[in-house]
Design a protein around this ligand. Sequence first.
Ligand code: GA4
Length: 344
Amino acid sequence: MVVASPTCIQNEKVLPIDLPIVDLSAERSMVIKQIVKASEEFGFFIVINHGVPHDTIIAKMEEASFDFFAQPMDQKELAMPAGDESFGYGCKNIGINGDMGEVEYLLFNATIAQLSKTISNDPSNLSSRVSAYIDAVRKLACEILELMAEGMGVPDTLCFSRFIREVDSDSILRVNHYPHNNNNNNNNNNNNNNKEGCKDGTDKSSSYNHTKVGFGEHTDPQILTILRSNDVGGLQISLGDGVWSPVNPDPSAFFVNVGDLLEVMTNGRFVSVRHRVVTNSYNKSRMSIAYFGAPPLHSCIVAQPLMVTPERPSLFRPFTWAEYKKATYSLRLGDSRIDLFRKC
Ligand code: GA4
């Protein structure tokens, strides 16, 4: 439901709307209906009463992440990717094709065995907190994917979640730290005591004094994303035609994005949501943690047979996740990858 008229930010329309909220503790058949409706309409919904423990999992992960980003740059740089690796610390550069954002981040391979390699200097025991966090959000992602399959009437309700349950699933965890946008740099957030900018020749204190893109618009290539942030906003989802809806921050909730692969597996019934993060005018950093549930590299991605009918023939050609991932990394952040796999 529309609650406000559009306002212009950087020549684009921002239209706050009520985004779907799903209470996972509510009656099952209602939860299923809400999830399916939201995935078809927006490819996005907010999950509350999700069962992931706050104190032992979420708060510990967030605390260790803030500790990591608060370190001096030379310490953070020890976690920069080596060689062909893409996991580890990054600052402003997103991907390998020149995309930039007002963000620093940590990327983890969500395969447990890989975690300890990412961070060698790990004073706050970040790696073990990451493992516990991944375990919890993977379970949540599986639960949601199984509810989705049930809601679509698919007899094999594990048809989507099976991919991310595999031990060699190519899932990723990303921790994004968006330094705040105010220019007096008074650091009233204790967790943001890193005064050193990224080593790209820019001065962070002067480059953060007006709204900028924190993480440019894109869809997530994987199956499902489970995102959580602190109480600082910035996330916006696309409503189409250049209109964006801000997502109110809610640290007690998870934000769920349908990814490209789920759009393909539902033969276009669920939509992969375009989203972005803009820098905020809060006097505090935004910290978001995103789990991207992906299949193993060799998995063949094809629409569920039930979703292909004479009236709705299959929209995409079959492909492997490895093929899709290769296409993803050959393109810019905002490019549409899914279109490359559409049947003519
Ligand atoms: C967007 C979603 C995830 O953050 C990510 C990103 C990845 C990266 O940062 O390395 C990509 C981007 C994301 C899609 C297009 C390519 C690859 C940056 C980029 C320009 C980790 C992912 O899987 O795809």
